[in-house]
Write a protein that binds this ligand. Sequence first.
Ligand SMILES: NC(=O)c1ccc[n+]([C@@H]2O[C@H](COP(=O)([O-])OP(=O)(O)OC[C@H]3O[C@@H](n4cnc5c(N)ncnc54)[C@H](O)[C@@H]3O)[C@@H](O)[C@H]2O)c1
Length: 459
Amino acid sequence: MNICCIGAGYVGGPTMAMIARKCPDIRVTVVDINQERIDAWNSAELPVYEPGLDDVVLESRGRNLFFSTNVDDAIRAADVIFVSVNTPTKTYGVGAGRAADLRYLELCARRIAEVATGDKIVVEKSTLPVKTAESLKRVLHANSNGHHFEILSNPEFLAEGTAVADLENPDRVLIGGDDTPQGREAIAKLVSVYARWVPAERILTTNLWSSELTKLVSNALLAQRISSINSISALCEVTGADVSEVARAAGRDARIGPRFLNASVGFGGSCFQKDILNLVYLCEHYGLREVADYWESVVKINDWQKDRFVSRIIRTLFNTVAGKRIALLGFAFKKDTNDTRESAAIRVASALMDEKADIVIYDPKVTAVEVYRDLDYARGDQLAREAVQVVDDPYTALEGAHALAVLTEWDVFRELDYQRVFDKMKKPAFAFDGRNILDHQNLRKIGFEVHVIGKSPAL
Ligand SMILES: NC(=O)c1ccc[n+]([C@@H]2O[C@H](COP(=O)([O-])OP(=O)(O)OC[C@H]3O[C@@H](n4cnc5c(N)ncnc54)[C@H](O)[C@@H]3O)[C@@H](O)[C@H]2O)c1
């Protein structure tokens, strides 16, 4: 079998590397139009940081795993073509700010139809609105040159930061396809790939629409838990309850479970917000206003939480942060990834820029170029280079700071020498723990005034 994947991003790269590792007899080619990205996949410095990913890639690269910009040749040679291109929220025209932008996907479909010289199985790996396969089918078949294209949906459930472990040992693999002889045959073919390492009972097959919708629903349900506990964190702060205690006790109920109940400055990442907004758009499209409003509130609470965090910093620092050095620890949207898309840090840093704070940022995996790009893009101006300093050592960031704010739960932030940090900072020294990872008792003993989401300042 010969597999091609269009899109060498956070999903395409790791998923194909895992297939190549588990199936040494299958030739896997990952293609992208971004030359820089492909060069990086072929270098010692991979474009995606994920624990364990280097080993997986190195094991197969050059053997049965290839990265290339030659999209057409890869399409021609493949029996199975995964499409794993980006599907961001539309920023223009109808559905702007909500609907998924499917132009990259459609371009891929047109390219596949144009250059294919035989029948293909086309697999939607990107996260897509339900019924996208319908459009994909029409575009492919209208340009088919007599070839048959069978569409499958195989959404990816990996979480960044744990991608390798998730791919190695997935909770489930979902494959949707048509209930026709050709559809069933295509499903069986893809099942046979995953079955090399995933137990049969974890490979679920459904119709196309259920598979497409399941991905959106899964992300919406996960994000909803975070917004639920974050909404309660506000109530805890004013009542004297402690949100970690509430979450721990509530999560002990087997029906609720403990995961995704950690109150924080808010969720980020390229998927949760985008996929919920996409779900909201779909509900609106089908006239389900109440359902749309329900899910939209998950995103609203998330934005509110980030803004609340900034307000707390400003209020605590005597209602002004102008000219005050504030050290932001972390810029990635979560630990163990270099991905900053929709990171809570972007909104927090931008709001503090508006307040004329003197911001300094340290993140172990995010470069200064990325920080400036994200802030300029989010703000629509070019002020970040002036207002924000990005440093490559946490202690340098904290030198002379009035406050520190933890925005990403990197392990390294737990392990800092906080006595040394305290000695370097202006007094009173404030610590705002946006991820609830620090040893607050120890910090208070040293002399910090500590603020934690979901706890009143007295706790
Ligand atoms: N990042 C995640 O954790 C995650 C998890 C599950 C699902 N997803 C979904 O997977 C999809 C891809 O996400 P990602 O994070 O890998 O995105 P990404 O932006 O990291 O990668 C997408 C890649 O596709 C390439 N591309 C775009 N158009 C192309 C074309 N016409 N031909 C060739 N290459 C093209 C881009 O250059 C880019 O490198 C999205 O739909 C996303 O919602 C992402």
